[in-house]
Design a protein around this ligand. Structure first.
Ligand SMILES: Nc1ncnc2c1ncn2[C@@H]1O[C@H](COP(=O)(O)OP(=O)(O)O)[C@@H](O)[C@H]1O
Ligand SMILES: Cc1cn([C@H]2C[C@H](O)[C@@H](COP(=O)(O)OP(=O)(O)O)O2)c(=O)[nH]c1=O
Length: 204
């Protein structure tokens, strides 16, 4: 089963992801962009692009998508075939929300969110559950410390709008959690959502 964690920078995804490692030690834990134990040179290329204030938004989309394509064949698909629970800190919804927002500024693509979703529809794997940590851009930017070019409150508010559009389209896949609560309460809610989906999965 594939579970993804989504939300603005600073919403608390990595904090939850790390805590879940103690709760589900046998699960496969991974991230997008890929890094660390599941990282690749594609992921390194993405981080180079993130550091480049002048990166071409379309080129950056393809770097993120290349990292995703390799991530699927090298990490996600083999883990799902083994029957693992897979928990990814960010996944394709981040591309739809973030690159959808950067490409809207760029202007070359008329309906950027739909375009990015369309690229993925040909080869990607949909998550069974996406946990969306919901937070206002101001709190998110304050927590994240605005450490990269994406972490600006105005930009994050457009990213948030894109997330809302994605949730509206696919309400059954998403579970929204109020990320302004304490880390303990957020983790408790995440665990409930995860257990409910696992139980539902094995009742089918
Ligand atoms: N529920 C929370 N309440 C307050 N601060 C939090 C919460 N969750 C995480 N933080 C803090 O906010 C910052 C960003 O958390 P992090 O998990 O890295 O977010 P993300 O991975 O979504 O960018 C960290 O300093 C973290 O300690
Ligand atoms: C996976 C993904 C991340 N991003 C952005 C979100 C983050 O600002 C950045 C990832 O850098 P990272 O340091 O991993 O930030 P975070 O811990 O908040 O995820 O890349 C995209 O723009 N598109 C994507 O497809």
């Amino acid at each position: 089963m594939l579970v993804t964690l989504e939300g603005l920078d600073g919403s608390g995804k990595t904090t939850v992801w790390e805590a879940l490692r103690d709760v589900h030690p046998d699960a496969t834990f991974t991230t997008e962009p890929t890094s660390g134990e599941t990282g690749s040179w594609y992921g390194e290329a993405v981080y180079r692009s993130i550091q480049d204030e002048d990166a071409d938004p379309l080129a950056e989309l393809f770097l993120y998508t290349a990292d995703h394509a390799d991530h699927l064949t090298r990490v996600i698909e083999p883990a799902l075939e083994r029957g693992d629970l897979v928990i990814s800190d960010r996944y394709s919804d981040s591309r739809y929300a973030y690159q959808g927002a950067t490409l809207a500024e760029d202007g070359r693509i008329t309906r950027p969110l739909e375009y990015v979703v369309g690229i993925h529809s040909a080869f990607s794997i949909e998550p069974d559950l996406t946990i969306y940590l919901d937070i206002d851009p101001e709190t998110a930017a304050a927590r994240a410390g605005a450490t990269n070019k994406f972490e600006r409150a105005e930009y994050l508010s457009r990213v948030r709008d894109n997330y809302e559009r994605l949730i509206e389209r696919d309400p059954d896949r998403f579970v929204r959690i109020d990320a302004t609560q304490s880390p303990e309460v957020v983790l408790e809610r995440v665990e409930d959502a995860l257990e409910n989906r696992i139980d539902a999965r094995y009742e089918d």
